[in-house]
Every structure is written in C-alpha cells, then in structure tokens.
Design a protein around this ligand. Structure first.
Ligand SMILES: Cc1cc2nc3c(=O)[nH]c(=O)nc-3n(C[C@H](O)[C@H](O)[C@H](O)COP(=O)(O)OP(=O)(O)OC[C@H]3O[C@@H](n4cnc5c(N)ncnc54)[C@H](O)[C@@H]3O)c2cc1C
Length: 385
C-alpha cells in the first residue's frame, strides 16, 4: 500500500493540534509522526496560576503519548537538523524521511543570555520557575518585586503584566502590599505593543491603579548575582527581593543550516497558508516570523499556533486527497489578561487589519477569568485525550 508520511517537529501547542486535525482528515494508512524531546506537555497559559498557587503541576500538564491510541506516532527524540533537499530530518534516534513536514518547534528559552539571570531570577516561563516564584512571593520578607523582560520578542505579550498583577494580588493577600514595591522593566514602548497604543495606555493605567511601576523602553544589561541587583543600560540599578524573569527567547538550533530560516533564525512563512520556501514544508506557531502592519510581527502565542495548525492540516489533507477544502490564517485572535482576585481582561482583534492590527481590551471582570478557566479545560481535553 502507498502511504504518505507527515512529520511534525515539536509536540507542543501547534504540533498536537496539527496531528489531531490531520488524523481526522487523512486515511488511516497515512502516517502522522510527532518528534518531541519532552513528551509531557505543559499548558503555558496556566503557568502563572501555578505561581499564584491556584493550580498544581498535574492539573496543567498532560502526556502527549496518549495520542498514540489515536493513531498518531510519537518519536521521543531530539531534532538535530533538517535537510529539505533529501526530505529528511535528523534526530537523536536516527534519520527520518517525510512527504510533508510541519515545523512547530516553538521558541527556545535562553536564560544564560542575560548575565546573572540563571543565578538569581525565577524563570516564570517554566513550570519550576513559576512554582519557585510563587513559593518565594508567599514567604515572609519578600516586598520588592521586579518583573524583568530580558529582550524581545517573547511569547505571550500579556504574561509579564499578568505576573505583575498576580504578584500584587499575592502581596495584598499576605497583607504586606503597603510598603512593598513592584516594578516591571521592559524594552517595549508600552505593554502589549502589537495591540496598539490605546490598549498599552489601558494596561499602563491598570498597573498604576495598583501601584505597579512600569519602566518601559528600558534595557536590562545584567542581573548582579552577588548583590541581587537589576542593572539597567542607563546605569541605574535596583535591588529587589525577588526577580520574576522572562528569559531571552531564540529560534531553535535545529533550524540552523536548513536554508528555511531568516537572519533572526526564525522561519518566514506565507502569512495566510503557513507554507515555507520549500514545497510540502510548513511552519506554525512561535517558530515563525510573520511581518504585519505598523512594522510589527505576529506575536508568539498559543492562540495563533492553534489557528495556524488547523490551516496547515487542512492544506495537507487537500494536497493529498485533492479535495477543495480551503482554510487560510485570518490573523484573528484573542487573549486573556489575568489581574488577580479571580478577574481578567480580554483582548480581541485582528492582526491583519489594513495598516495596523486592531484590538479591543474589555474591562476586567470575573467572566473573562471564567472564560480562561473554560479555555484551559477545553484545550487539554480537546487536543490531549
Ligand atoms: C507564562 C506563559 C503564559 C502564556 N499564556 C498564553 C496565553 O494566555 N494565551 C496564548 O495564546 N499563549 C500563551 N502562552 C504562549 C503559548 O504557550 C505558546 O505561544 C505556544 O505554546 C506556542 O506553540 P508552539 O507549538 O509554537 O510551541 P511550543 O508549544 O513551545 O512547542 C514546541 C515544542 O517543540 C519541542 N522542541 C523544541 N525543540 C526541539 C528539538 N530540537 N527536538 C525535539 N523537540 C523540540 C518543545 O519541547 C516543545 O514541546 C503563554 C506562554 C507562557 C510561557
């Protein structure tokens, strides 16, 4: 029997959605293989709830090997390199040929790129870092909190601000917010710049209302591990009790030399179809680099990875089975902004609006928080069972 092999690099948000969508659309004889080095998936949006003490790891993690019972092969291996000329992926378990390739390797975290980060910051973009940050925030003595965005781009533009709001909430619950200080240091001109200056202004006001100080358009040069200081490029410094760190993000090493990557290391793709410069090779999610209006880029967020995965699955099925189903990535998306006290804001909009992306931020309320809780439940059940 002739069968096709679709290889998906990365079993994170985009990879698992692609695989499940494809399994629905392809013949049972067509192989779908995910190559993933860490088969325990962590749902990113829940990490800060972990920090806040509202979740345990087992509530936000799932083993992607459950997908084997759905006819999806999981190869637990490190992807080392890609050769599109011979349609081969090289892994720690050997070489694997493909007919279609979907690259969903995400963005890599490189905490070592900001001096001192690994030594003194809690890396809140990891499960361990979110847990340790939460434990420290709840301990007596912690009153000066720095949220440090090491560099741009990073995934989930709302996350650092959520971290600041939730830290504020924790200190209030401990009864020590009076006399405490929370600062956010960011190279961005204002919060969530992709969503535009009006939303930046709204979030800045929400931070100010809670006494959270925003240091924008600022570069952090290093973290001084000896004296526990944040040292800025303008020469000023501050010594917090705790640093909630967003590490430097980079493109995955495995893409180097593939000929698919831009100078940044990330992958340029067609903004509607997610196809790369090579036929049969697609890329989705955080690993991509997609310019949009106003000199901005599509933000690195799961909501876009999920939508792009559905587009790619449809296109692969159409190519293989010559059906007419058409799906394009429209640039529409939304995200929640947790602010503590079981409340969240909700930003909704379109990245591909003519000129500039257009977004609206709805006032925080319990309904948006419950919306995020429902989304967490939906995502883990829909894609990982
Ligand atoms: C704190 C936090 C909060 C967030 N909140 C939100 C939110 O509210 N809304 C939202 O939309 N997004 C949110 N995100 C972002 C979201 O989690 C990511 O954008 C999304 O997971 C990207 O999906 P992806 O498939 O591109 O990459 P990933 O989900 O990161 O998957 C990439 C996979 O590739 C694997 N991999 C990488 N390199 C290799 C290799 N060489 N070999 C083998 N395997 C490899 C990785 O192990 C990983 O499993 C948040 C992220 C964080 C950290």
């Amino acid at each position: 029997m002739i069968y096709n092999t679709t290889v998906i690099l990365g079993g994170g948000t985009g990879g698992i959605v692609t695989a499940k969508e494809l399994r629905k659309k392809l013949n049972a004889s067509d192989r779908i293989i995910i190559i993933e080095r860490e088969p325990i998936y962590t749902f990113g949006p829940s990490l800060l709830w972990l920090m806040a003490g509202n979740r345990t790891p087992s509530q936000v993690q799932k083993d992607i090997r459950v997908l084997r019972k759905r006819g999806i092969e999981i190869l637990e291996a490190e992807v080392n390199s890609i050769d599109t000329t011979s349609a081969t992926v090289y892994t720690s378990s050997g070489a694997l040929g493909y007919d279609q390739l979907v690259i969903a390797l995400g963005a890599a975290l490189a905490p070592e790129r900001l001096p001192g980060f690994k030594e003194i910051a809690h890396n809140i973009f990891t499960l361990e870092g979110a847990l340790s940050a939460g434990a420290s925030l709840r301990r007596g003595g912690v009153k000066r909190v720095a949220v440090v965005i090491s560099s741009l781009p990073y995934k989930c533009p709302a996350a650092p601000y959520e971290a600041a709001f939730l830290a504020d909430d924790i200190l209030r619950k401990r009864g020590v917010r009076k006399g405490s200080e929370i600062r956010v240091y960011t190279p961005e001109p204002y919060p969530m710049p992709t969503a535009g200056p009006a939303i930046g202004e709204q979030i800045s006001s929400m931070l100010a209302e809670r006494g959270i100080e925003l240091y924008h358009s600022i570069t952090v040069d290093k973290l001084d591990s000896r004296d526990s200081k944040v040292i800025l490029s303008n020469g000023t410094e501050w010594n917090p009790d705790i640093i909630l760190g967003i590490p430097v993000h980079t493109a995955p090493n495995a893409l180097a030399g593939s000929g698919l990557e831009a100078e940044s290391g990330y992958l340029p793709v067609n903004k509607f179809t997610m196809s790369t410069s090579q036929p049969g090779v697609y890329a989705i999610g955080d690993v991509t680099q997609i310019p949009i209006g106003g000199g901005k880029m599509v933000p690195k967020a799961g909501v876009f990875a999920e939508a792009e995965a559905k587009v790619v699955a449809t296109r692969i099925a159409r190519d293989l089975h010559h059906n007419r189903e058409e799906k394009l990535f429209t640039g529409k998306g939304a995200c929640f902004l947790e602010i503590g006290g079981n409340k969240a804001g909700f930003a909704n909009g379109n990245l591909y609006t003519e000129g500039e992306p257009s977004f609206v931020l709805y006032q925080p309320g319990i309904q948006w928080h419950l919306g995020k809780v429902a989304f967490e439940k939906y995502f883990l059940k829909r894609w990982l069972s």
